[in-house]
Design a protein around this ligand. Sequence first.
Ligand code: PA5
Length: 470
Amino acid sequence: MSREIVRWDFNNMFEHALGRGKGLKPSDIDRLRKRGREIHGAIREMRRAGTTPFYRVIFEDSELAPIAALGAEIRERWENLVVLGVGGSALGAESLHLALNHPLHNWLPREERSGVRLFVADNIDPETFTSLLEYLEPSKTLFNVVSRSGETAETLAQFLIVRDRLERALGPGRGKEHFLLTTDAQAGPLRRVAEREGYPSVSIAGEMVGRYSVFSAVGLLPAAASGIDVRSLVAGARAMADRCDNPELWENPAYMSGALHYLSQRRKGKRIRVIMPYSDLLTGIGEWFCQLWAESLGKERDVRGKKALGAQCPVRALGITDQHSQLQLYMEGPDDKVVDFIRVQGFSKPAAIPRLYEGDEAVGYLGGRELSELLLAEERATEMALAKKGRMNSTIVLDSISPQTIGQILFMFEMETVFAAGLYRVNPFDQPGVEKGKRLTYGMMGRPGYRKEKQEVLAMQRKKKERFVL
Ligand code: PA5
């Protein structure tokens, strides 16, 4: 059997590594196998019914080819690409950019860069947003407005600001070609703008949910424009999809991970799931995963309308930075966490440490080694230290950071989340809590049709008492 380029080491979730009573038993997994097979059947059924576009999209060359071609056109024509979007409409593009482009991509001269400079404006802090717009040369910049619903207030506000600035900078009617709207094929305000005013646009399938859209135009188009090899990325996702099309928990990394985290919460009280890559390049993936997991599984009601159990709360950490910070709590604080490490086995720039101060034992031992070796040693030491204390952890091992491995890991997380939703019996594709927040914002900002929400906000404000505000 060929060695996998992405592996998941689950040893430290089990009793044999952690000590009696501290970890799970293989029999715990065995008892969940029947349920696992049922969920696998349900996922297959959803795929057949076409309700899992995140799955379909990786197998559709007819989607990938035009995205790759449009990405190449953008690369040729523009200097800067700015993604305007939030949540699932931004985090996929951001995590691919951080993981697969040069760490200083946006600062490199054009000839040393693989593609456009890419900026993902996924927040509406007026300081950062205005500064970005002031910094970029309007005539050299394309704005990719991404919103599946086409009505998210933050994204629309960004669009209106940029539209106005471009009109003023370039002259009336000249701003249109600086936009590319990525939105629902038929519905929503952004689609209406595209149709009515002839803005260039790309369609998102109606059922595609933001946080699962990284392999659609939402994530892939900015990636392709910045020079990422999107075909290899999708090939990685396909390879993982094949590997995960297996009902057997012991052979399916996504299902196994979902099962272990579910059991660690139910049986061992681990309410928190820490995702801790040992690589700066993977920080975006940590953030992307937290959104995927939290927004998919954090539900009040299960699919039968009963009170839901609620999934583990995901937390981001970074090795080694958080070894000198959060780790103290993970080691000795409440034993209510599972730490998932991501280890990168091979770095493209290992960084040799020179042999200096050899006479000083406390310094000299580092000479002749590499920074990558030190990083790996620290990651392994942390795994072991946690295990020695009987604290659950697991490690995803990537041979290297490449489009292939990143495609695999992202898809694995998507499958894991959908599988875990089956265990928690919740719908992974809705987000009623987020929608509620959006509606209250509409009410506060005076959007017609949201009077009830406005009243709700005013009622909440009336409940506030001065003496509780210092
Ligand atoms: O995953 C999700 O559904 C959300 O995070 C959305 O992506 C986010 O709220 C933005 O929504 P939209 O793409 O409709 O603007």
